[in-house]
Design a protein around this ligand. Structure first.
Ligand code: GLN
Length: 541
C-alpha cells in the first residue's frame, strides 16, 4: 500500500502584525488532531538570527525551549499547549538557518559551479525544510506552515516565493493557503472596512498565491454583506471568508473557529475525510477559564514586567493551574528595581504567593533577593524558576548561612562566595548562541519531599536554559542550615530543585517547568503552587 501523501496548510498574514497567526495555526492544528489526523506545525521566522536565543525578550518575547534543546519562537509554545505534543528543532525555521545551510553547501562545492541564487537555491532549501517536517514521527497527514511577518515584508519574500512553487509542484487539493487579515470597524462611521483585506489579498496574488481561505480578525460579527464583498474582491466564495472574532481567552479560539467551519473547509479543500469532532473536554476547560469561582493574586518579580510576552509560557501555565484550582490567577507584576527602592513588604503584603521567573543579567537582582527574603521570613508561598532558584540560594546563603557577600558569578566576579557559578563547560569567552545548558535532562527526586509529593514519582525530566548552577562546594553548608536539595541531575550531580521544609510552600527549580504545562494537563508544580497560594489567602482572611 502506498503511503498517504502529506497535505500542507500555509498560514500567511496581512494588513498588520500581531493578528494571532500562532493561535489560529495552533487552533486549526488542534481541530484537525481532534478529527484523528496526525498533524504538526512549522513556524517560519524571516529574520537573519539563526534562532531567537540571542534576541532580547523586548524584541521577541519569550524564547521557547523544546525537549531536544532548540531555542525557538514562542508560537511553538502555543502549538505544544494546544496540540498536546512535543515540538522539536525541525518545527522552527529561520532565514538565518536557511541561508546558513545554503552558504555551507556552497563552501563545500555542492552547487557544482553554479551561481548560487535566492531562486532556486534558497527557495529549494525552504521547500526542503517544509518537506522535512512531514516526516516527523513516522509521517504526518497534515503540516501547517505559519509564516511569520506580514505579506509585503521584504524579508518574507523568498518564503512566499517558495510557497508559490511548493503549491505548483504539489498540485491542487494538496495545499491550502489561509490568509489572516484585519477587518477593522470604524467606530465614528459605524462601518466595517474591507479595503485593507482587499489590498492584502492583492499583494499575495501579485506574488502568485491565491488564498483559499480568508480568516478575518474582527472586533464584532462579520456580516453576510462583508463576507460577500471580501469574497468578491478576494476571489473566493463567501463560505471561505471566516470570522475570527476577538475572544476573552485564547483557548476559546478553537471553539469559535470550529463554529465558523474553518476545519471543515480546510478538510474539503484538501480532499480529506474527517471524523466527526467532539470537543467537550476542551469546552469544559474553557468554561472554567472564563468562570472560575475564586481569585488569587500572585506577585511576579521579574525584569521584563512591561512586556508580558517575555513570560508567555508562565502566564499560560497559571491559566492551566487556575482551572485545576477553580480560580482565576491574577498576576501582579512587580518591578524588582521598585522593590529595591521601596522594600518588598510594600508589594508582597497584597499577594498570596511570589514567583521569581527566569532572567539574565544583574539589573534588579538585589530587589529579587529582598523579595525572596520577605517570602521566606513571612512564610509566603514562594516559587523560583531558574534565576529564581539562584536568587533563593543566594538569599539563604547570605541571611541564614552567614555568607554575607554570597552571590552568583553572573552578577559579581569579586565575591568570595560564588554560591552560583558557571558550569564546567561555560566561560566568559564562549560563543553566545546555542551554548547554554539546553533542553530536557533527567532529574531524580528525594523521597518524602515537597517535590516528590507534587510529582508523585521520583524520576522526572524537565527542560533547561541557563549557564550557571548551584556550586556543589556550598551544598554541605546550605544543607546543614536547613535547605533541602530535593532534585538532583544524576549524570552531572547538579542541583535541580531546592526547598525549605520548615515553610508551608517554598520551592525553586533550576529548570523551566512552564514549558511543559499544557491546556489539558497542567504542570504539577504550578497546580500545587496555586493551591498553596489559595490556602495562604484563606488563612489570611
Ligand atoms: N542567568 C541565569 C543563568 O544563565 C538564569 C537563566 C534563566 O533564568 N533562564 O544561569
Amino acid at each position: 500500500m502506498s503511503k498517504k501523501k502529506t497535505k500542507y496548510v500555509f498560514v500567511t498574514g496581512g494588513v498588520v502584525s500581531s493578528l494571532g497567526k500562532g493561535i489560529a495555526s495552533a487552533s486549526l492544528g488542534f481541530l484537525l488532531k481532534m478529527r484523528g489526523f496526525r498533524v504538526t506545525i512549522l513556524k517560519i521566522d524571516p529574520y537573519l538570527n539563526v534562532d531567537p536565543g540571542t534576541l532580547s525578550p523586548y524584541q521577541h518575547g519569550e524564547v521557547f525551549v523544546t525537549e531536544d534543546g532548540a531555542e525557538t519562537d514562542l508560537d511553538l509554545g502555543h502549538y505544544e499547549r494546544f496540540l498536546d505534543m512535543d515540538m522539536s528543532q525541525q518545527n522552527n525555521a529561520t532565514t538565518g538557518q536557511i541561508y546558513g545551510t545554503v552558504i555551507e553547501k556552497e563552501r563545500k562545492g555542492e552547487y557544482l559551479g553554479h551561481t548560487v541564487q535566492v531562486i532556486p537555491h534558497v527557495t529549494d532549501e525552504i521547500k526542503r525544510r517544509i518537506q522535512l517536517v512531514s516526516t516527523i514521527n513516522g509521517g504526518m497527514d497534515v503540516v501547517i506552515v505559519e509564516v511569520g511577518g506580514t505579506v509585503g515584508d521584504i524579508e518574507g519574500q523568498p518564503f512566499l516565493e517558495a510557497i508559490r512553487q511548493f503549491r505548483l509542484e504539489n498540485g491542487v487539493g494538496n495545499t491550502v493557503n489561509i490568509h489572516l487579515t484585519l477587518v477593522p470597524f470604524i467606530k465614528a462611521s459605524g462601518e466595517t472596512k474591507t479595503k485593507p483585506t482587499q489590498h492584502s489579498v492583492q499583494k499575495l496574488r501579485e506574488i502568485g498565491i491565491q488564498p483559499d481561505v480568508l480568516l478575518c480578525r474582527t472586533e464584532g460579527p462579520l456580516s453576510q454583506e462583508a463576507r460577500r464583498k471580501i469574497g468578491l474582491f478576494g476571489n473566493v466564495a463567501p463560505e471561505v471568508v471566516i470570522e475570527g472574532r476577538d475572544a476573552k481567552s485564547i483557548y476559546q479560539v478553537p471553539l469559535l473557529l470550529e463554529k465558523e467551519g474553518l476545519a471543515k473547509q480546510v478538510i474539503r479543500l484538501l480532499h480529506l475525510d474527517g471524523k466527526p469532532v467532539r470537543l467537550d473536554q476542551w469546552e469544559r476547560f474553557v468554561e472554567k477559564v472564563l468562570k472560575p469561582r475564586k481569585t488569587v493574586k500572585i506577585g511576579v518579580a521579574g525584569k521584563y514586567v512591561e512586556l508580558h510576552d517575555a513570560y508567555k509560557s508562565i502566564m499560560e501555565a497559571f491559566v492551566h493551574a487556575g482551572v485545576q484550582n477553580d480560580a482565576r490567577v491574577e498576576l501582579v507584576w512587580l518591578g524588582s528595581e521598585d522593590i529595591e527602592q521601596h522594600g518588598a513588604g510594600t508589594y508582597l503584603k497584597k499577594v498570596a504567593g511570589l514567583l521569581i521567573p527566569g532572567g539574565f543579567g544583574e539589573r534588579g537582582i538585589e530587589g529579587k533577593i529582598k523579595a525572596v527574603q520577605y517570602a521566606r521570613e513571612n512564610d509566603l508561598p514562594f516559587f523560583g524558576i531558574c534565576l529564581g532558584l539562584q536568587c533563593a540560594v543566594i538569599e539563604f546563603a547570605r541571611s541564614v548561612c552567614g555568607l554575607r557577600d554570597a552571590n552568583s558569578f553572573e552578577f559579581s566576579n569579586s565575591t568570595t562566595h560564588r554560591v552560583i557559578d558557571y558550569m564546567e563547560e561555560q566561560s566568559d569567552d564562549i560563543q553566545k548562541g546555542g551554548t547554554m545548558r539546553l533542553g530536557s535532562y533527567p532529574c531524580k527526586l528525594k523521597k518524602n519531599t515537597l517535590a516528590s509529593r507534587i510529582y508523585g514519582k521520583t524520576k522526572i525530566s524537565e527542560r533547561h536554559r541557563h549557564r550557571y548552577e548551584v556550586n556543589n562546594a556550598y551544598r554541605a553548608i546550605l544543607e546543614k542550615n536547613g535547605m533541602v536539595f530535593s532534585g538532583i541531575c544524576p549524570e552531572k550531580d547538579l542541583v535541580e530543585i531546592v526547598e525549605l521544609p520548615d515553610k508551608q510552600w517554598f520551592l525553586a527549580v533550576q529548570f523551566h517547568p512552564e514549558f511543559k504545562s499544557r491546556a489539558l494537563s497542567v504542570h504539577p508544580i504550578f497546580g500545587s503552587f496555586v493551591k498553596a497560594a489559595l490556602d495562604y489567602q484563606e488563612k489570611q482572611s
